[in-house]
Design a protein around this ligand. Sequence first.
Ligand code: HEC
Ligand code: HEC
Length: 285
Amino acid sequence: MTMTLTVVRPLLVGVLIAVGMEVASSQDPAADFRQNCVSCHTIGGGRLTGPDLKNVEQRKDRDWLTRFIVDPRSLIDAGDPYALELLKDSRNAIMPTLPGMTRARANALLDLIAEESKLEKSHFVGIQISDRPFTSSDIETGRLLFLGRIPLTGGGPSCISCHTAHGVGALGGGSLAPDLTTVFERYEGRKTLSTWLTAPATPTMQSVYRNAPLQSEEVLALVAYFQSTLQRNPDDIATSRLNFVLLGLGGTIVVLGLFDVIWKGRLKSVRRTLVHRNESENDNV
Ligand code: HEC
Ligand code: HEC
């Protein structure tokens, strides 16, 4: 009896250590979800770039979902009708293939999603943006955030460094990025624009704000501001666009004028030396 124990115990310990290591090396699904999925999915908090995953297994079976998580693109490329429908609902955003994703990891994530779906409020509902009516102070805060006069809490750059809106920034702002005057309309209103800003899915926006996400109050204020830029008299917009064009034209003329002066000066001096040289050569002959 003691004999067997002395043999078995180290074995048992070995097995336990191996199991422990296995648990430690395979990621905790909640941490995995937080790190790799929350930028595009909530569980019960509505759609972001990707669909709300609450009760996803009532829509599609486990086997299909595992295959999709491991390699989303291949099902889309294969023309799978459900995958194509998902793609359409996501405005053609394609879920990326996550590095090192395996069937086992996908299964663990789906277990987690199933557990979280049962909770009244999942840990992954995402940030909740109030749907109270906008006030004029929201609009003003949004404008100041847009202009960078109020810094963003997350430390991200202000919008004006790349965008213009409603003629604002025509001179000071960048024109690297689309004009946002009518973005409220293009993004189909408050809800869609808010969720989009919570986790922007386009390349530049994602890389800029992934590690410096906007806070829910900031999103609310910015959306209030974009609603106001949409609603202002369209003539104003036309005027400010015209001003922009005129300013641009003015600038161009000034620059051309400068070039003209510089070139004339250079031409003159070049011509003068040539002429001089010619004259002196002629003298020599
Ligand atoms: C960059 C955004 C993005 C990330 C990150 C992302 N997904 Fe997705 N996901 C999508 C999109 C978009 C779809 C819809 C299908 C499509 O258009 O590719 C989707 C679809 C899904 C679906 C099918 C949903 C349904 O309604 O049937 C599941 C399940 C899913 N994702 C799980 C995950 C898990 C788990 C992670 C993290 C490991 C993850 N996704 C990370 C964007 C993302
Ligand atoms: C570093 C430059 C940069 C900054 C800063 C920036 N954006 Fe963007 N944004 C872009 C670019 C470039 C695009 C075009 C899509 C892309 O490449 O991400 C874009 C796209 C967008 C779109 C989609 C517009 C459309 O017409 O589809 C919205 C909305 C948006 N940005 C809002 C904001 C807001 C709000 C801020 C400030 C909190 C901001 N951006 C700050 C560069 C920037």
